[in-house]
Design a binder for this molecule. Structure first.
Ligand SMILES: [Zn+2]
Length: 503
């Protein structure tokens, strides 16, 4: 894998798993099947019977047979004896490389036959022995591999994608959206380039790239499906020359570096892709708003009962969205404040959401929040109707799960107008600027009579007499192109790298 395109696509709706580059089943620590096959292979190569070898290592033939069949993990002392008797090193015995093509196929077939896919087929198992012709082995493994690939393609539906997203969000909630491992990586990098305080300048970020051994190349022909492309072979990061307003160029570069620093490999499935996105976004934010400085800033604001997302934004020269999102990383861990975050399109559709304060986000049967319409009574919707676009809008909302105070702003981008909101349960509002607001609303969602269903008198008046022509929501219908990086045209990326690597 020699490149890392950073996709600009926000809401992939399907996913085709690429299993061609990875073994069908990830091996846990000690691969007992492979080990067993290797022991048997080496024993036969040495011309020893089961009895011979078991006598040589001082164990019962039945025990050795279990080990060779991959049904028992040998103790270390037995491993040492086996290595000695077979005249190989322990490393060779445990080595990841199987001794031959045939042994590799036998291991693969054994794995398949023990796995859930084979189980579901309800077919008899083939006895794997030296009498099984090599071409039969090849064909059997090839068929199972292809069957697995086809089935993965089928399960990789939008529903699968939404489930992966839901699982990831549950994990983030559990951890209060705080990830010490990414904080540590960011701190390490900042220390190494001698950063001390203040907003992270372009200059410091260029130093970080250089420190990590990358050169930066601003080009006019960056593949349009990407924000950046990293050439891992020549250690180059390609960025666009054009000034696009939607993304802070510092974030784009830091996210590209994040993939490298965090040791990411080509994502195996949609869940993997999402987890990497979360990790690199987090890493970039932890550099732009370093933990210690940001926490000190927030603790001062809390002591003065003046916490405001705008102040974080201004102090660290980041976007409101970045500041609001970073607040969720640090609020629970360092301030003891539970919170929720929402990015909502002007159409009412939620694009991003996080909560660990029990706020009742709308969700579908898979638990997905993104793509759902936000309650019309919520701050995230009400803010669109506020004429003053320069100040934050704050509101109390009474909901079935309690009263929340939320503050929101709108930001315009190429994809339209979005609201960004941060909210907290009532008991935490005392720490925030804007708590004196008199704006108050009631939300009964998820009760459909709250805002999802028209009021009865309007229904009586108009049901059957309205024929709206829907504006097509192409993003809801279009399937994402297959590939490890959803929405990224690999041919375009490879051609791009080919064209630039000579220069
Ligand atoms: Zn509602």
């Amino acid at each position: 894998m020699h490149f890392f395109p950073y996709s600009s696509e926000m809401s992939p709706s399907s996913w085709n798993r690429d299993v061609s580059q990875t073994p069908s089943t990830a091996a846990p620590e000690l691969d007992v099947i492979a080990l067993g096959r290797r022991v048997r292979h080496l024993r036969k190569q040495a011309g020893l019977t089961l009895d011979d070898l078991s006598a040589a290592v001082g164990t019962a033939p039945s025990q050795l047979s279990l080990i060779e069949n991959g049904k028992r993990e040998p103790k270390l002392t037995l491993l040492q004896h086996l290595a000695g008797a077979l005249n190989v090193s322990i490393d060779q015995l445990l080595g990841a490389e199987p001794p031959s093509r045939r042994a590799a196929l036998e291991i693969e077939l054994e794995r398949y036959q023990r796995g859930p896919l084979y189980e579901s087929l309800d077919l008899p198992k083939i006895r794997i022995s030296s009498r099984l012709p090599l071409d039969v082995l090849e064909a059997q493994v090839g068929l199972l591999h292809e069957l697995e690939r086809k089935m993965n393609e089928q399960v990789a539906t939008p529903e699968e994608a939404r489930r992966a997203n839901g699982e990831l969000r549950a994990m983030m909630r559990e951890r209060g959206n705080y990830f010490p491992e990414y904080e540590a990586e960011a701190q390490k990098v900042l220390k190494e380039v001698g950063y001390t305080a203040g907003p992270l300048s372009q200059h410091v970020i260029a130093d970080i790239a250089a420190h990590l051994g990358f050169t930066l190349h601003h080009v006019g022909d960056l593949p349009h499906s990407t924000r950046s492309v990293t050439d891992l072979k020549n250690r180059r990061i390609y960025l666009t020359q054009s000034q696009r307003q939607d993304h802070d160029p510092r974030s784009v570069l830091l996210q590209a570096l994040g993939h490298y620093v965090l040791g990411h490999e080509t994502p195996k499935n949609y869940g993997d892709f999402l987890a990497q996105r979360v990790a690199t976004n987090y890493f970039a934010a932890a550099l732009l708003l370093p933990e210690q400085a940001t926490v000190e800033f927030l603790q001062k604001a809390k002591a003065a009962k003046e916490i405001a997302v705008e102040d974080i934004r201004d102090a660290f020269a980041v976007s409101y969205e970045t500041a609001a999102h970073r607040f969720t990383n640090l609020a629970t861990k360092h301030l003891g404040i539970t919170t929720h975050f929402q990015k909502t399109h002007q159409s009412g559709i939620i694009y991003k959401a996080y909560e660990n304060d029990g706020v009742n986000f709308p969700q579908d049967h898979t638990g997905a929040i993104e793509g759902q319409p936000s309650c019309k009574a919520w701050t995230s919707r009400a803010v669109f109707d506020v004429p003053d676009k320069f100040s934050a809008y704050s509101q109390y909302t009474d909901t079935p799960s309690g009263t929340y105070w939320c503050t929101a702003r709108t930001e315009r981008s190429a994809a339209g107008e979005f609201s960004l909101s941060i909210g907290v349960p009532y008991q935490h509002v005392k720490w925030f600027r804007g708590r004196e607001t008199t704006a108050r609303a009631t939300s009964n969602c998820p009760d459909p009579t709250c805002c999802k269903r028209p009021p009865a008198e309007l229904t009586n008046q108009w049901a059957g007499n309205a024929w709206p022509s829907a504006r097509a929501h192409s993003h809801l219908l279009a399937a994402m192109p297959p590939g490890a990086f959803p929405g990224v045209d690999e041919t375009e990326v490879y051609s791009f790298l080919q064209a630039h690597s000579g220069s």
